[in-house]
Design a protein around this ligand. Structure first.
Ligand code: GLU
Length: 417
């Protein structure tokens, strides 16, 4: 794990792709910078009557293609630059996936495990009140991210609707079904990670059945990816969370591991595992598919030299540093970039937003089919750009395609004043 600044990583990724496009310097700087960032200090009463102050951010990076869109994370390592990077990745993710949305991101510097549910509700509502003037179904639409989920989204929706005296479920996505959420949204990030990997295997003429898979991170994205790839017949030989990793030579049973984690708080100590591994040992296993599903910078330049996976499907945002990416390119590791691989979350958020606006709800099968179709189309679209335009990687191809879409939309709007 390295401390590379994720905002610098984003800017490097855009610079690399911009070499293949004709972009003037001023325009390039615009494409690399957020339009605005809110920084708020939230004073919140704790259960014991004391006051604590929490720092929250919301970065609105680019809205040329539609309302800003992106999650809100709760993590002690949240920084202004991290939120800026994550908001930029959202711009290029919505563009790569061809959904008519821009990009934004938010975060609160907090370890949520240290607070009670009622404290978390007050913290979330305080943040929602700060966000209310900035967000809206046509303005900026937040969603879940690391350590946030349906519960927080329901609170934010309620706070917004109460202040604005309206009903506007499309102000936020990732809600509970009875609060206007969509079928399939919880599984969507893990699902796209695996659908994209399935297509990559097809591209490389490899079989998913019996493929060996390692998954770093057992949160919402990681555990669902493990479950779905297992259902496709792959062997999930290793999984991890922040307390360590476990290995099962034949395969682990992802649902059973999840059950164990729910009971004990961690995957480590799982009785049916053959042995425990360190995080780096998991990442460097000789597997067919590696799914980094934790945080940024999981694979840095020095670790990249030891990566043995044939395919890496990025469920996390920014898990591979730009220098590590260069190494993986040299070693012919096929990396499916985050802005396609984990786009399922925002794609189904888009479906949720569409359903909210129509007040007409889809079946789970329809959601999954539309998601599958979108990821398959965009995967092959990137392969075509990668091959026909002789680009160095699928990541560069994704940025080239996405930048073109954002630049086009921006040019058509023009500059004002
Ligand atoms: N937080 C997710 C992401 O990083 C989902 C964002 C959304 O649904 O708007 O893509």
């Amino acid at each position: 794990m390295s401390d590379v600044n994720p905002f610098e990583s984003l800017r490097t990724q855009i610079d690399e792709a911009a070499q293949y496009l004709d972009v003037a310097d001023g325009e390039l700087e615009r494409l690399k910078s957020p339009e605005r960032v809110l920084e708020a200090n939230l004073s919140v009463e704790m259960d014991d009557g004391s006051i604590e102050v929490f720092r929250g951010y919301r970065s609105q990076f680019n809205g040329d293609r539609g309302p800003y869109k992106g999650g809100i994370r709760y993590h002690p390592a949240v920084t202004r630059d991290e939120v800026k990077a994550l908001s930029g990745w959202m711009v290029y993710k919505t563009a790569t996936s061809a959904v008519p949305l821009g990009g934004g991101k938010g975060g609160i510097v907090i370890d949520p495990s240290e607070y009670s549910e009622s404290e978390l509700e007050r913290i979330t509502r305080a943040f929602a009140a700060e966000l209310t003037p900035l967000i809206g179904a046509d303005r900026d639409v937040p969603a879940p991210d690391v350590n946030t989920g349906q519960r927080e989204m329901n609170w934010i929706k309620d706070t917004y609707e109460t202040i604005e005296n309206t009903t506007e479920p499309g102000v936020i996505t990732g809600k509970d079904l009875s609060s206007g959420g969509s079928e399939g949204r919880v599984e969507a990030t893990g699902r796209s990670t695996v659908v994209a990997a399935r297509e990559a295997f097809d591209y490389l003429d490899k079989d998913v059945e019996h493929a060996r898979v390692a998954v770093q991170g057992y949160g919402n994205a990681g555990w669902i990816a493990a479950k779905l790839v297992y259902e496709m017949g792959a062997n999930v030989v290793a999984v991890s969370d922040s307390s360590g990793a476990i290995y099962g030579e034949d395969t682990l049973d992802p649902v059973d591991v999840k059950e164990y984690k729910r009971e004990t708080g961690s995957v480590t100590g799982y009785p049916d595992a053959d042995r425990e591994l360190t995080n780096d040992e998991l990442l460097t296993l000789d597997v067919d598919l590696l799914i980094p599903a934790a945080l940024e910078n999981a694979i840095d330049e020095s670790l990249a030299h030891d990566i043995e996976a044939d395919v890496v499907s990025e469920a996390a945002n920014g898990p591979i540093t730009p220098a590590a990416d260069d190494v993986l390119r040299e070693t012919d590791t096929l990396v499916i970039p985050d802005i396609l691989a984990n786009a399922g979350g925002v794609v189904v958020s888009y479906f949720e937003w569409v359903q909210n606006r129509q007040r007409f709800y889809w079946t789970r099968d329809r959601v999954n089919e539309e998601l599958d179709g979108k990821i398959v189309d965009q995967f092959w679209n990137l392969v075509e750009a990668y091959e026909d335009r002789d680009l160095p990687s699928l990541r560069t191809a994704a940025y080239v395609v996405a930048l073109e879409r954002v630049i086009d939309a921006g040019e058509q709007r023009g500059t004002w004043p």
